[in-house]
Structure formats: C-alpha cells, structure tokens
Design a binder for this molecule. Sequence first.
Ligand code: MG
Length: 234
Amino acid sequence: MGRKVKAALFDIGATLVSGPEVSPARQLASTLGLAEEEARRAADLLMTREFSSPREACAALSALFPLTAAQEEAVCRLWAAQETAARPLPGALEAVRRARDLGFAVALVSDIWVPYFRGFLSACPEIAALVDFCALSFQVGRRKPDGKLFRAALQALGAEPSRAVMVGDTYEKDILPALEMGMFAVWVLSRPEKEGEALARVLAGSCPRPQAVVGGAGEVARALEEINRLLKEK
Ligand SMILES: [Mg+2]
C-alpha cells in the first residue's frame, strides 16, 4: 500500500511565494558588514536552528562574531520585516490544489528561517492547509541540496522517490538532488536570470534534464498532470 503513495514536494521561496529581491542572508551580510565567509556561516546558523525570537538568533550569532547593540537591532528589524515579506505567486495555490486533486500527498521542502516561514504561513494559509508535511532546514538542521531534507519528506509521506516529484526554482538545490535521488522534477523558472548557468549546463547535456521546465507557478498544475500520466504508465 505504502509503495503506491505519490508525493509532490514543493520548495517555498520563488516557487510558491515571492519576497524581497535581496535574500535575508545577503541583507544580513550588508547590514552587519560581514565578509563572505562570515555571511555564509551566519546564514547556515540562521537557517538550521529553530529560534523562537530574534534575540535568541542574536545570541547564537554573537557566538560566531560579537554583535553591537545597533547590529542586534538590525537583526530584529530584518526578522520583523521577514514575517510580513512573503506574497503568494500567481498560480501557487492552484498548483498545490491540483497536486492534491491528482492524488499526491504534499510536502514542503525548504531552506528557510523561522520569520520567513511565519511570513509564508500568514500569506498562504490556504496552501498551508493542503500540506501534509514540512521538511524545513531550521527543523531538520540541514540545508538543501542535502538529501536529508528530501528523505525526511518522502519518509513522512511514505513515498518511494520513483513516485515523487520535486517542484522548485533552483537547479542546484531543488532539481539536481531530486533527479539524483530518482525523483521527477518540475523546474519553475520564476527568476531565470539566477539560473542561467544551470540552464546552459542542462541544455548542453552536462547536467540531467528535469521532466518539465515551466515559466512560473501558474504552469505547474499542467506539468503535474503530465507527470501523473507518466506515473500511471510505470
Ligand atoms: Mg526557492
């Protein structure tokens, strides 16, 4: 019975919702004046721990590098802004709804920190209500492309990789790991300018090609119908 489960895994940022043009990690780096390596460590920390408040996040950050009072205030402002920054992308709700209608169990697989996930929940309550499981970096303790996030979702839903599809906008984090695990993939090119290099490698045949490439969330429902047909033939 469990072998029969179909699963649709959705990324959140730039797949289901849009937010500020500049990522929180980049905003934090510029606000705090961090060098690249420090910024990467700060982002890893913020995305892989379940902080209950910005003060708690600041306390953890200050173990990496001391924060001035002004910098703490900046982190608190960024946190607050992130809680209201998410906006559903056109067609996102319909995509998740279609996945359910086609009989897919639904999970979210996302690199995300607490305030932006709260922002997603308040911007997209109807999508959230359709989700069976969330594999989130701040809960799992790993960031994509780490397979642990994908495996956590598949295991929770009881689905084999061969009966699962990943829907996401970032080739390296969403599409490639899914294809390498034997899943189907729908590449949502909502920000094609960020995916140019990956697109070139896929077109050149040096990286595996997802089953569908679409221009936005509004085209995902139809791609899922096609993948559902492929699953029926298997
Ligand atoms: Mg994304």
